[in-house]
Design a protein around this ligand. Structure first.
Ligand SMILES: [Mg+2]
Length: 430
């Protein structure tokens, strides 16, 4: 989302803005602890609903023991044999998320739901109602969370002059904290923050930056543009340089003004290191099927597709095509084609995969597209019949023959709202 930086001519940059980022602390776990007082003060983890063995959220108490999101349950149990595990209940989390969205919207219409437990608020135009003191407003929001959601669910607040930095700020004083980054604080924050504290730098990018001697955000500012281009290419370099300068002109987009969905993605954490390539491909097919269903529900088609397999092998691929697609079989065919470059690595006997991610982007409204070669009205009729049955009885009621013998995945957002589809759906439900 931060990739679309605007240049300094952008009107949103001319006027100083005040942006709030609110991020709930250990959200799923805190919600469980709010509902069930017996869980309070104890190390506990929330696990995915369909037998996955990853902890998708751990309580503050578990975090203190080093049990974080993504830990495997058996490893976590080794650290803490008393660890309580609770299956995820996304309906409950959505309810709380909606309640919170409503609270935020009581303050300003400029609220962007960024994930199930995070919002951005542009409070520039309402700051005067709180004597231009954002802390006053935060105190009021905190009070309403306590009263309407519960005292065990806390949030951390970041204040700054753009989204990038307000999100960085909210992460720096967790839990239950408030942190502000003013323009004059930027250098000191950038000196001490970890590279991965900032949205847009994940572990992989961090490792590559470390390799070329960049260990802080200030290093990133100081390293030459050309050196970065060598490692990352031009587009990524521009993105990283903007981060290093604290630039982000992107507006807070409320979902009431419905932004168009730019990409759809899904990740799946396999219950164990999976060596069986057939199983991996079956699971991947199922994820592609979900994505295709979502595309069709949105009346869109995509022309970029990407995936990654992570395990003791790392395969990461993407490709943009000259045609558009929304059919799972077609998408799977393109995926197999992409995978074929790394076929030997993938099919090697001792290679395993633990995490599968798939996504599509470059979406276009179907009605804007001329019919592609793949399209035939017969196929489209069949697909819409399948979609309507799946819509009624749950996804994957009608499944491709290929999947008959695999366990059914449950279509739930995995940990956070991975894509705008779920966020928009949630916002529309309000
Ligand atoms: Mg959070």
């Amino acid at each position: 989302m931060f990739r679309q930086f605007r240049n300094s001519q952008d009107p949103t940059l001319r006027q100083a803005r005040t942006i709030l980022h609110i991020d709930f602390d250990s959200f799923f776990a805190s919600v469980e602890q709010q509902y069930n007082p017996n869980l309070r003060g104890k190390p506990m983890g929330v696990t995915a609903t369909n037998g996955r063995t990853c902890i998708i959220a751990s309580s503050k108490e578990a975090k203190r023991l080093g049990i974080g999101t993504g830990s495997r349950t058996y490893e976590a149990k080794k650290i803490c044999p008393d660890l309580i595990l609770v299956p995820a209940d996304f309906i409950k989390y959505f309810e709380i998320s909606k309640k919170f969205l409503r609270i935020s919207q009581d303050f300003t219409p400029f609220v962007e739901l960024f994930s199930i437990d995070e919002v951005f608020m542009d409070i520039t135009s309402i700051a005067h109602l709180f004597d231009n003191n954002p802390y006053k407003m935060i105190a009021e929001i905190k009070k309403r969370i306590r009263e309407e959601i519960g005292e065990y669910v806390t949030a951390s607040f970041g204040i700054s002059y753009n989204k990038l930095l307000s999100k960085l700020a909210s992460g720096l004083k967790k839990p239950d904290g408030v942190f502000e980054i003013k323009p004059e604080d930027l250098d000191s924050v950038y000196k001490s923050a970890k590279l991965t504290d900032i949205c847009g730098i994940g572990k992989r990018i961090k490792d590559r930056l470390n390799k070329i001697g960049v260990t802080t955000l200030l290093d990133l500012r100081n390293i030459s543009y050309d050196r970065l281009v060598l490692e990352f290419g031009k587009a990524e370099t521009q993105f990283l340089k903007n981060i290093s300068l604290g630039f982000d002109g992107s507006p807070v987009v409320s979902h009431a003004t419905a932004p168009s969905i730019k990409s759809i993605g899904r990740s799946y954490c396999l219950p164990q290191n999976e060596y069986d390539k057939r199983k991996i491909l079956q699971n991947t097919y199922e994820l592609w099927e979900e994505i295709s269903i979502k595309l069709r529900r949105l009346n869109k088609k995509a022309r970029t597709l990407g995936f990654s397999f992570r395990g003791n092998i790392n395969i990461h691929k993407r490709k943009t095509y000259s045609f558009y697609f929304d059919d799972s079989k077609e998408v799977f065919y393109l995926f197999e084609d992409l995978l074929s470059d790394d076929k030997e690595m993938f099919f090697a006997k001792d290679s395993y995969v633990r995490q599968i991610s798939v996504w599509v982007s470059n979406l276009e409204e179907k009605e804007n597209l001329s019919l592609s070669l793949f399209d035939s009205s017969k196929k489209n009729n069949l697909m819409s019949a399948i979609d309507s049955i799946n819509e009624r009885f749950g996804d994957h009621t009608i499944r491709n023959g290929f999947l008959l013998y695999t366990d059914k995945l449950t279509t739930v957002p995995n940990g956070y709202l991975a894509d705008r589809y779920e966020r928009t759906k949630l916002a529309k439900d309000l």
